[in-house]
Structures are given as C-alpha cells and as structure tokens.
Design a protein around this ligand. Structure first.
Ligand SMILES: CC(C)(COP(=O)(O)OP(=O)(O)OC[C@H]1O[C@@H](n2cnc3c(N)ncnc32)[C@H](O)[C@@H]1OP(=O)(O)O)[C@@H](O)C(=O)NCCC(=O)NCCS
Length: 240
C-alpha cells in the first residue's frame, strides 16, 4: 500500500481518469491541482489552485495528469523537486521483467510484456498492448487500444492515437504524431505526423533539439515513403 499523500496535477478529462486510477490502487489523494480550476472538487477530491499547494515534502508525491506530451514535460521541469508517483491499474498486466518509469500511468486492461522498457511520465492508456522488448521513451502517450508489436521503439514525446498498430521492430522518432487507427510499417523520423494504412507522413513538426533539423533527417531517411503532396510535406508546424 502507498502511504504518501498524492497530488494530481491537471483536473481535465485525463486528470479525472488518473484520479480514479490512483484511487483504485488505494492511494490517498490529497488534492487535484490546476493552474485554472473550473470546479471545486471531483467526487471527494478537492481541486486546488496550483499556487495554494504546500512545498514538496518527502511524504508527498505527484502525478502529472496532462495528456499533451510537451506540456507534461514542461510541468515536470516546473515541479522537478517533487517525488513522482507511478500508478498501475490492478487489471493491467505488467511482466515482472518489464520496467516502468516514474510518473507513468498504466490504465485499465493495458498489457506490458516481457523486457519492455517504459520511461518516465508516460501514459499507457486503456487496453493498450506493449509487446516484448519494446522501448518507450519519456513523455510518450500510447492511446487506448494501441498495439505495439515486439521490439518497437518510440522516441521522446511521441503520441500514438487510439487504435494505432505498429509492426515488429519499427523505430518511431521523437515528437511524432501517429493518427488514430494508422498502421505503421516503416521507421518514422523525428517530428513526423503519420496517418493511414499503410501509414504515410503528411507533415513535420519543428523539432525541439536545435542540432537536428527535419531537413537533415529527411536526407538521411530516403527509404521512408512520403505523401505525394509536397506542399503538405513542406509544411512545418511549430510546437514551441
Ligand atoms: C493525426 C491527427 C493528429 C491530425 O490532426 P490535424 O493536424 O488536425 O489534421 P487534419 O484533421 O487537418 O487532417 C489532415 C489530413 O489527414 C487526414 N487524417 C487525419 N487524421 C487521420 C487519421 N487518423 N487517419 C487517416 N487520415 C487522417 C485528414 O483526413 C486530412 O486529409 P486531407 O488533407 O486529405 O483532407 C488527428 O487526426 C488524429 O488522428 N489524432 C489522434 C487523436 C487520438 O487518437 N487521441 C487519443 C486521445 S486518448
């Protein structure tokens, strides 16, 4: 049993799901906190303005319950002096040989198989399947009913939409977005948005690390089949 008091940062839809997940593991939720609370409580749990919470103490922990990966990363820096708490629903299966990082949530009926490695502040959403030897970096969101076959790796901050299927051994880069229901059969470079079956790149997002530009990655990754619409292909969307 977990005895620490727990704050949940974020009181939106995802925050409510995380609150119920945590409650199901018998943890004591001190409060949900939010920069702009819209209501005073969620069930029995008070929702407080972030400014009103006490400074971090050893018996206090936090989960950042914000679905947007980049915002979750920024909030984790803001609260870097907190202990982060990992919550795994009792109906989820996590192999004894798998590892799950701090601040990560594993939702109802998710499955994480042998030797999979899940980073910090990751969301493994409802009924997602992470097969053996997958590697998932920090701040990734794996949406409901995603299927990752064996040996797939997912880079920092990427988001896989609901029902995505990835075939074995694929490498998906950092800050990618894979549209709901897509089937990924090629490696995907950093910052790409992919949709469809088979998955095609429709757009690139500016990559945070200034040393790596999307153009450089494209030159290196000629094997990737891209959308034939080059106007779209050259569109860049900032996530800063
Ligand atoms: C991929 C996604 C991020 C694109 O969103 P967007 O940037 O607003 O893009 P648009 O809606 O303008 O769509 C751009 C094009 O991609 C197509 N498209 C978008 N999503 C698609 C999908 N999932 N599968 C196939 N095609 C898709 C659109 O039809 C459109 O095509 P067109 O230009 O030929 O008309 C979004 O559609 C998506 O799938 N998000 C995942 C949401 C999700 O699963 N969340 C889980 C929360 S728990």
């Amino acid at each position: 049993m977990e005895n620490r008091k727990l704050y949940i940062f974020g009181a939106s839809g995802h925050g409510k799901v995380v609150a119920e997940l945590v409650a199901s593991t018998y943890s004591k939720i001190e409060a949900m906190i939010d920069d702009a609370p819209k209501t005073a409580s969620f069930g029995q749990v008070p929702i407080l303005n972030t400014m009103s919470i006490v400074p971090p103490k050893s018996d206090v922990a936090m989960i950042i319950a914000v679905g947007n990966n980049l915002i979750r990363k920024k909030i984790s820096s803001r609260f870097s002096n907190y202990n982060f708490f990992t919550s795994i629903h009792k109906t989820a299966f996590v192999s004894p040989s798998a590892t799950v990082g701090l601040g990560t949530v594993v939702m109802v009926h998710a499955i994480i198989n042998s030797d999979a490695k899940i980073g910090n502040h990751v969301i493994i959403n409802t009924a997602a399947l992470i097969e053996h030897d997958c590697s998932i970096a920090d701040f990734v969101h794996i949406s409901p009913k995603v299927t990752l076959s064996g040996n797939v790796s997912i880079g920092l901050g990427s988001h896989l939409g609901s029902g995505v299927i990835v075939i074995p051994g694929i490498k998906i880069g950092k800050w990618c977005t894979i549209g709901a229901g897509s089937v990924v059969i090629n490696d995907i470079p950093d910052g790409a948005t992919v949709v469809g079956n088979p998955g095609k790149i429709i757009e690139y997002t500016t990559i945070l690390e200034p040393s790596v530009t999307s153009e450089k990655i494209l030159k290196k990754k000629k094997v990737i089949k891209i959308n034939s619409d080059y106007r779209k292909f050259n569109t860049y969307k900032s996530i800063k």
